[in-house]
Design a protein around this ligand. Structure first.
Ligand SMILES: N[C@@H](CCC(=O)N[C@@H](CS)C(=O)NCC(=O)O)C(=O)O
Length: 209
């Protein structure tokens, strides 16, 4: 049994989508980050960086924060969505790190400036809008001739997809990135993605691609 500490955000949805894909039993505990729940001593004992997502694996006693580390842990534990061969594994890890170090942080900053504080910092708005668009071009190019980011559907797709589901927040029109749009819709149609997206249960609808 996995305890998942979560809130309806892209980083958290990566983990609930993977848990649904794996069919692993888990219990979702909402951590309302708008109400300061990430700063309680109980939560900090699990996630000292005061951010969601985090998990505790009751089978092993392992507590983890950082969504990329959680995806790797669960993929290794289950032997799924991460290839075993060195080349395949390195490639999935590479694109997972691309999301963790690039797409996620840049899109997150774009949300902060473009959506939450428009007009406050034009230079920053332009900087993050431009960088996110560059990353979409990279992803679009990578997806030419491919159904998924690596050979098979993997944790690299599950890491990127919830961020792309917020494309309107970072002012991206998926019509400008046809390969990304086709990939987005392909993954959107998966039952586990629909279920994992709506964890915790009160989460908003998925925007159409
Ligand atoms: N690199 C971290 C980022 C986690 C993160 O930024 N979480 C946000 C929600 S998506 C959060 O908990 N924010 C609350 C806060 O910063 O106080 C990960 O991928 O897990």
């Amino acid at each position: 049994m996995i305890d998942l500490y979560t809130w309806p955000t892209p980083n958290c949805r990566k983990v609930s989508i993977l848990l649904e894909e794996l069919g692993l039993p888990y219990e979702a505990h909402p951590i309302d980050i708008n109400d300061g729940a990430q700063h309680t001593p109980e939560f900090l004992a699990i996630s000292p960086n005061n951010k969601v997502p985090a998990i505790v694996d009751r089978d092993t006693g392992i507590a983890l924060f950082e969504s990329g580390a959680i995806l790797l842990y669960l993929a290794e534990k289950s032997g799924r969505f991460l290839p075993q061969d060195p080349k395949g594994k390195a490639e999935v890890t590479q694109w997972l790190m691309w999301q963790m170090g690039g797409l996620g942080p840049m899109a997150g900053q774009a949300h902060h400036f473009l959506k939450n504080n428009p007009g406050q910092a034009p230079y920053a708005e332009d900087r993050f809008r431009t960088e996110v668009a560059r990353l979409y071009r990279v992803l679009n190019q990578r997806l030419v001739g491919r159904d998924y980011i690596c050979d098979d559907y993997s944790i690299a797709d599950m890491a990127c997809w919830p961020w792309v589901s917020r494309h309107e927040w970072h002012q991206i029109d998926l019509a400008d990135y046809p390969e990304v749009r086709a990939w987005y819709r392909r993954i959107l149609s998966r039952d586990a993605v629909q279920k994992g997206y709506h964890v915790p249960v009160f989460a908003n609808e998925i925007p159409a691609g």
